[in-house]
Unconditional design. Sequence first.
Lengths: 450, 194
Amino acid sequence: MTTKTRLLLKLAGATGALLLSLGVAAPQEARAELRIDITRGVSEPLPIAITSFAGAGGRDAQLGADISKVISADLERSGLFKPLDPRGFLQTPEQLRSGEPRYQDWKALGAQALVAGNTTTGGDGRMKVDFRLWDVAAGQYMQGLSYSASPQEWRRIAHIVADAIYKRLTGEDGYFDTRIVYVAESGPANARKKQLAIMDQDSANHQFLTDGQTLVLTPRFSPTSQEITYMSYFNKKPRVYLFNIDTGRQEVLGDFPGMTFAPRFSPDGNKVIMSMAQNGNTDIYTLDLRTRRQTQLTDAPGIDTGPSYSPDGQKIVFESDRGGTQQLYVMGADGSGVKRLTFGEGRYGTPVWSPRGDLIAFTRQRGSSFAIGVIRPDGTGERILTEAFHVEGPTWAPNGRVLMFFKDLPTGDGRGRNANLYSIDITGANERRVSTPVGASDPAWSPLIP
Amino acid sequence: MLKTKVGRRLFVGDWRKEAALVLTSPANQQLSFKGSLNMRMKFLALAAVALLAACESTPNDAANGANTGAQQTSVRPGSAEDFVVNVGDRVFFGLDRFDLSPEARATLDRQAKWLQTYGSVTVTVEGHADERGTREYNLALGERRANSVKNYLAAKGIPAARVNVVSYGKERPAVVGSNEAAWSQNRRAVTVVN
């Protein structure tokens, strides 16, 4: 059984839209499934053999080898897979192309899953990549997919293949074909230069979006378009802006008398929710991007900020000091029915609703101790994932299984600070530094690239 | 090159220039300003030096005013330098607080008097927070602090139209360091002559 679908890929910074044809060869479902239970936390990562996607030679051979490296690195970074050293492989990619795997050979290496692939460039200059996945222990074929795209898009194809393998083996959507927008930091701590920057989730294809002449903070991706909302001190007037990644165009959002900040998109991409501070009072507002109508949602005296929508758009979590200290609250999308969510010791801020809807991530502060944690939207199940002086600003991978945040640590001489990005599994396992060319804070994870 | 003797290391920056103005403290205890300075930077630097020389660990609003002595000779009355050196441009706040201490009110009384004397001057009050808070909360807190100053000045007869406010949250610390001495100097509102 084969189904054919076509996806339109819109890529920023590339040569515009390109058409990716996706041939899906869905195999018959296996019974005794090879499957990673990712809800368990630190289980043993699954040993997986990923052979070179090398094509017939020349450029295809190099591309194919590079593609397997990117797939291996993606799966390894997830903490759920252990790619095996290819130097131990006994069957060549050519042998796997033409026939069945010799399961005994792969079993002997300790592999539980096997991936083989092929890269060819057609007469039209387009690259075709296909892969197959086998369950080694069961001696069964699991999945095969084929993609074609411009050769410049080889990294995206690799991420898409990694997402397919992740999904087939965990049952959850992948998150490798995504990008990170963040604030790149350089210069001394008291006059920090801050620029918007964007990169793939594996740190490749890094580019700066702004030049650092103006202080910028808290970028967040649109769920539906190649746009970012963020805060800028352009002309010394701190306001929320919209940045178009394709065109570089920046535009102030709304006409507010006071400072606007803490912006996030609504799940349908049609609104930006944010805070406005005026006369010492901070409240939450929405701006409808189509009608440009501004709506005030809170009017309590004090600081109401950090709003984030639930994925169904029905609720909003935010932080407020209306009860005396900074705590998390949930209200309806129209501002009605405010309920306090956190009652723990300390101060709670930067709530972000998971794209799956099941959890809200936050930053918690007790004295000088900062932590990243999660809590269920009904206020139960609070868990701390990582703690340091200081960590801040979680953002969700689109599958709701991984968080990214930043750590701002004092330098060795105690006279400065260095901020860097980290990712962590929602079980609290697999905390890893995310590589950036300069210091980094305020990360925001994109949705899966459409 | 401006040189002055101060027995303490510090950093001074001016975000307006996006340029680092770094004070280094070599073994001979002389501070040297690196890079070319315009007048405003000099004023800020003088103020910071005077301030830090006056208070070793905790800020003292009163000391930030008329008693700093040495560098007053060439100050033009009514100038930004006059305000910084002879009036005192900043007040400090307690942790997560935005109420004004008696020292802060004394400084603001001097600011109000000066602003009444020089009635055409407008100012921007910049509110700041220390690093122990989340970025967005601190932006709101800085705005609250700047407004405390604006409201106090208004109560002393300075029209709101002459006083602009802006918050920098924890983005622009006056003193770099993760200790109470640094934090207490960073929880501040600074009145800047436009």
